[in-house]
Design a binder for this molecule. Structure first.
Ligand SMILES: Nc1ncnc2c1ncn2[C@@H]1O[C@H](COP(=O)(O)OP(=O)(O)OP(=O)(O)O)[C@@H](O)[C@H]1O
Length: 241
């Protein structure tokens, strides 16, 4: 079954075409990286997939069902997400964020959250405010929240920004484990971090994505392979099409 399909997707903001995708299909479990320069449209695309922004044209299919006002509440349960900007959550406690999350997805919260946090190797009090957490703790917590309703597709926008190597390693392990049977779509500017986990890479530039490719090792490193794909694709995508 097709897990995710983006078809003839267009989105303009203030008259500028920000998303312009012909046809992207993801069927297999794995970690799919989207790389691209600042302003390429990566975050906007991820927000469209999560139902936070509505495309002007085209369809987003999740498990072959088009995302629409009618299907939205049902099919968005298949998606979990963490976006880079989480400042608006800083005043909320961990339990408040989890309760709101379950309310948003119209799901019954579990009796205990302990299982959830152990998945991301985090030990915190549920009363702790997100503003009191370190960046790494907050990112791990938000990842646990995103996984809490057992989505099949996890969307992560720049999950490694500002994190130390141990936290990156811990999150990477969680993602690799999840992606054995599910799909992760992740954006990052850090090719070294992506090189340790992605199964496929797509380059986005000026709203356009050519397609996913498997990175191969150069100088023994996948990150060098990702950089080569980036350089080759940006050059091609910069040519008029
Ligand atoms: N709410 C908004 N209002 C105006 N312009 C917006 C808005 N959201 C996005 N844009 C514009 O859309 C373009 C794509 O932005 P987007 O954040 O999707 O890019 P990105 O690839 O995620 O960039 P970065 O790598 O810097 O995070 C940018 O030119 C941005 O200014």
């Amino acid at each position: 079954m097709e897990q995710l399909r983006l078809q003839n997707l267009k989105k303009s903001i203030n008259g500028d075409l920000i998303i312009n995708i012909e046809d992207i299909v993801i069927n297999e479990p794995g970690i799919y990286g989207i790389i691209g320069p600042n302003g390429a449209g990566k975050t906007t695309l991820l927000k469209c997939i999560c139902g936070l922004l509505r495309p002007d044209e085209g369809e987003i299919y999740i498990e072959e069902t088009p995302l629409s006002p009618d299907t939205r509440s049902r099919i968005l349960k298949n998606i979990g997400s963490v976006f880079a900007q989480s400042e608006f959550l800083l005043n909320r406690s961990a339990s408040e964020v989890l309760e709101e999350h379950y309310y948003y997805y119209a799901l019954t919260p579990p009796q205990s959250w302990d299982n959830l946090l152990s998945k991301v190797h985090l030990q915190i009090s549920y009363k702790m405010k997100l503003g009191a957490m370190s960046l790494g703790m907050r990112q791990k917590f938000l990842l646990a929240v995103a996984l809490s309703h057992h989505p099949k597709i996890l969307i992560l926008d720049e999950p490694f920004n500002g994190l130390d190597v141990d936290t990156v390693e811990s999150i990477t392990k969680t993602l690799i484990n999840f992606a054995r049977t599910n799909i992760v779509i992740v954006t990052s500017h850090v090719f070294e971090d992506l090189g340790n986990m992605v199964s496929s890479i797509a380059v986005m530039n000026k709203g356009y994505i050519g397609g996913f490719q498997k990175p191969y090792q150069i100088n023994g490193k996948f990150s060098d392979g990702i950089r080569k794909i980036y350089n080759d694709q940006i050059k091609n995508l910069d040519e008029p099409f």
